[in-house]
Design a protein around this ligand. Structure first.
Ligand code: FRU
Length: 430
């Protein structure tokens, strides 16, 4: 049991301890690895370290010992993992290539880098069980207090890192041939939603399912300033030449926190999720069949430390596979629960214009092309004034009906609408 709620059936949640962002998602040697921001000694944010879980099917997870520990002078913030198959880093050998974690060292008083956030490495030679900190850390220091969340991936014969200057609302891109030395390539932003800090970027290529070729997608998580209030994940579709990301279309920038949800531009941007609880979304590296699989932290910084889960706090979203659909001259991300999820785990409904249904008390309504989800008054919602809320999204091209696929769990609902072009994910403490 996790607090008043039984443990989720489909969603990862640690047995005890605090959890925020997923980190270092990777498939390696037949095993899915999920690392995550963890407080090993409490269930509120603090003492940031990397927790670790593994799975053979992305649905059933085994929790392991903490992989990367904080120290008195350094917290281990978010980052990614790569399999350095050619041992380009020299941290393993040709016969024993390393798994390399690239994370943000958030330096505390007592450190020679006190107050800075810089990028650092650790490596494992036993498939992720034991980790050694690289003695040359930090490997990339901009003398910044808000430079964090490196996502590293292979590109051509080198490595690319996307990270954020969080307060500047910028994604910064670096290149490397060996993971230890990095060269600045470019900066993207501010653009679109920018009223809160930018965090946890990701950049990957997706196929166009109803067209030809591929496009690049840049994920930028933002907090606050998300489309449903508080934490959210926006995305940009465009091209990437190995150094610079060029978006197809920029429709403005919203940088005034005072506007909040009244900002009329907010709805002109692309959002991976229109719910309250899908943040720090990031993708798995090295997925064997070429799928792009992401998952997010199913929570919102507005109330994350207060959610009524007394064991592990909190849960991850269901892993989702992504591609692109061309809709009305634009490319939109389509998301579906991973195909490993049994089909009968999903509840399906078609809503006609004006229909309103209740799913375990949660109201779903379709009206004039707008789908809304209302969790107000359902179960335990009184622990925070911002929790009881109604979320909504316009369905592209406002069709006369919409089909939804719903994944319910012990404390969550995820609604995949219009073939996954619109997703609304919310915690609900039924
Ligand atoms: C996002 C975030 C990251 C940071 C981590 C610290 O939720 O703020 O930017 O690396 O959490 O726990």
């Amino acid at each position: 049991m996790a607090g008043q709620h039984s443990r989720p059936r489909w969603h990862y949640s640690p047995q005890h301890m605090w959890m925020n962002d997923p980190n270092g998602l990777i498939y390696n040697a037949g095993t899915w690895h999920m690392f995550y921001q963890s407080n090993p000694s409490g269930n509120v944010w603090g003492n940031l370290s990397w927790g670790h879980a593994t799975s053979s099917d992305l649905l059933h997870w085994t929790e392991h010992q903490v992989a990367l520990w904080h120290t008195d002078t350094e917290q281990i913030f978010s980052g990614s993992c790569v399999f350095d198959a050619d041992n380009s880093s020299g941290l393993g050998s040709a016969d024993w290539p390393p798994l390399v974690a690239i994370y943000t060292a958030a330096y505390l008083p007592g450190s020679e880098w006190e107050g800075r956030q810089a990028q650092a490495l650790a490596y494992s030679l036993d498939g992720g069980s034991h980790w050694t900190t690289y003695p040359g850390n930090p490997v990339l220091d901009r003398e910044s207090s808000d430079f964090r969340d490196p996502k590293v991936f292979r590109h051509g014969d080198g490595w690319v890192m996307v990270a954020v200057e969080a307060e500047e609302r910028q994604v910064v891109i670096y290149r490397s041939t060996n993971l230890t030395e990095w060269t600045y390539a470019s900066t993207f932003g501010p653009a679109h939603a920018a009223a809160g800090v930018w965090e946890c970027p990701d950049l990957f290529e997706l196929p166009v399912a109803n067209g030809s070729g591929t496009k690049w997608v840049l994920l930028v998580n933002i907090n606050p300033g998300g489309v449903a209030g508080g934490s959210g994940c926006q995305y940009f579709v465009g091209d990437f030449d190995g150094s610079t990301f060029t978006p197809d279309c920029i429709v403005g920038v919203s940088a005034d926190p005072a506007l909040g949800l009244d900002d009329p531009l907010l709805r002109a941007y692309d959002w991976l999720d229109f719910g309250r609880d899908c943040y720090a979304v990031t993708s798995f590296a090295d997925v064997p069949d070429g799928r792009r699989i992401v998952l997010g932290w199913m929570n919102n910084w507005d109330y994350a430390n207060d959610v009524p889960l007394t064991g592990g706090r909190s849960i991850m979203t269901i892993p989702r596979e992504l591609d692109l659909l061309q809709v009305g001259g634009r490319h939109l991300v389509r998301q579906r629960p991973i195909r490993e999820l049994p089909q009968d785990a999903l509840e399906r409904h078609t809503l006609l214009n004006g229909d309103r249904i209740r799913v375990r008390g949660v109201a779903l309504e379709y009206h004039n092309g707008v789908l809304s989800l209302d969790r107000r008054g359902v179960g335990r919602a009184d622990f925070h004034e911002g929790f009881g809320s109604r979320q909504w999204a316009e369905i592209p091209e406002r069709p006369s009906s919409v089909t939804v696929e719903i994944l319910l769990d012990t404390c969550s609902i995820e609604v995949f609408a219009a073939s996954g072009l619109v997703v609304i994910s919310d915690l609900v403490f039924f």
